[in-house]
Design a protein around this ligand. Structure first.
Ligand SMILES: O=C([S-])c1cc(C(=O)S)c[n+]([C@@H]2O[C@H](COP(=O)(O)O)[C@@H](O)[C@H]2O)c1
Ligand code: NI
Length: 412
């Protein structure tokens, strides 16, 4: 399970997000090549590895051929057209541009959804119908590249999940084409009305840290807001720098986290766990399946469904979770978040578990983790399924053959 974690201690913008993903290893040329499928010209992508506060990260920018200032005037409305500016694009034009491109369906879906979210907020703030929200041409080009580029970079990165810290914004006012705006800027404040997203203000920063594009990306991809978890194994870190001078370290820090079986604490042979149970009769099977994925991804040691008969002759489902004692509250909250349950039951259990450790060997030049489980004189070894599957797929072998050969090789 690969997770992208956004540590938004200095807010987030499209440039910071793209810079951070490039810093993690996404190739800027791959992003550029995909963006060409939009058939839009007039810009160049730049990514420079620089140090700020002696910490190296990536400074990403979209340089417009026109050389115009691009960070003021993200969205203007129809009034501008009446004053003779006809060079903008409406939301519909941008949606059509994306839909008619050769980008992947996933990239199209995410990018359109982000544009619509920002468009809805601008429509409300400036009191114009959604189809009349008008993207100023310069701002639009930068936004198209930032938003579509971010969705492309996400696809290239290939993670299973995205989590985010509380997002810090600044305070005070910023000056844009239309005048002075309070921070959080109006579009950001409006976008926060639809979902509970933890945003706090740093009173020592007197500028904007969280832009509409940054929040749009967060709302589209993030499934959970939380701190780093003790079971998260940090594999890689990237920094994407922000452009504003905040007086502090202005960057988005991102982590690639990997959660595997090997992270279950198995140091002792006895431990205490809690079984959480609840009966559900009003949730679809599709949504229950999703809930199970979330519970397992967030620390449940085991989770299963049992079909049951409930009141009023309703067929229902009993959800059973096994969790560590210290995770009881966290998992209870997630049960309430992802299922329709209104109450849960707890049963504390004493457990005896085999002690487990891991070793690594290579087979056919590929790494294989071997799980060693022992209890008193009993010792059992099991090659990790995911590693064996990869070898079986690559060399067109049956899974059993790979298992047997690896066990023989390990036992020597
Ligand atoms: O020009 C307009 S209408 C404008 C509106 C708003 C509102 O909040 S409403 C905000 N901004 C600012 O423009 C830049 C660009 O934003 P990106 O999301 O493209 O990075 C940013 O500072 C916005 O706060 C402009
Ligand atoms: Ni606006």
């Amino acid at each position: 399970m690969k997770t992208l974690y956004l540590d938004a201690f200095s807010g987030m913008s499209g440039d910071m997000f793209l810079g951070a993903l490039i810093d993690l290893g996404v190739d800027i040329h791959d992003i550029e090549a995909e963006l060409k499928k939009l058939h839009v010209s007039g810009y160049t992508l730049t990514a420079e590895r620089i140090a700020k506060s002696a910490i190296y990260g990536t400074n990403f920018d979209v340089v417009l051929d026109s050389g115009e200032e691009k960070d003021h005037g993200f969205i203007e409305h129809r009034e501008q057209e009446h004053h003779g500016h006809h060079h903008g694009r409406h939301l519909d034009d941008i949606v059509k541009l994306i839909e008619n491109s050769q980008l992947s369906e996933t990239v199209k879906k995410h990018a359109i959804s982000i544009f619509q979210d920002i468009g809805r907020a601008e429509s409300k703030v400036h009191n114009v119908p959604l189809n009349e929200v008008h993207f100023h041409e310069v701002g639009a080009l930068d936004s198209i590249v930032d938003i579509v580029g971010s969705c492309i970079a996400m696809e290239l990165l290939g993670v299973d999940d995205v989590k985010c810290s509380t997002i810090t914004d600044g305070t005070g006012f910023i000056d844009v084409a239309h005048g002075r705006m309070p921070v959080p800027v109006p579009a950001v404040s409006q976008m926060l009305t639809e979902r509970t997203i933890p945003v706090k203000q740093n009173v020592n920063v007197h500028t904007e840290l969280l832009t509409p594009t940054g929040l749009g990306i967060v709302k589209e991809f993030v499934s959970e807001f939380s701190s780093l978890d003790q079971n998260d194994d940090i594999q890689k870190i990237g920094y994407g720098f922000g452009k504003r001078d905040t007086g502090l370290f202005n960057a988005l820090r991102v982590f690639i986290l990997e959660k595997t079986d090997s992270h279950i604490d198995v140091s002792g042979t006895h431990d205490q766990v809690v079984q959480i149970e609840t009966n559900i009769d009003d949730q679809t099977a599709e949504s229950l399946g999703y809930a199970m994925d979330k519970l397992l991804a967030n620390g449940a040691l085991d989770a299963f469904f049992i079909p049951i008969q409930m009141k009023k002759n309703r067929p229902g489902t009993k959800l059973t979770l096994l969790v560590k004692k210290q995770d009881q509250d966290k998992l209870t909250e997630l049960v309430f978040k992802y299922t329709t349950a209104k109450g849960v039951r707890y049963i504390p259990y004493e457990r005896t578990i085999m002690q487990r450790s891991f070793e690594k060997i290579t087979y056919k030049n590929m790494p294989v983790r071997i799980k060693i489980a022992s209890f008193k004189a009993v010792k059992r070894i099991t090659p990790e399924y995911e590693d064996c599957k990869e070898i079986a797929d690559k060399f067109d072998l049956s899974l059993d053959t790979v298992y047997d050969n690896i066990k023989k090789r390990y036992q020597g």
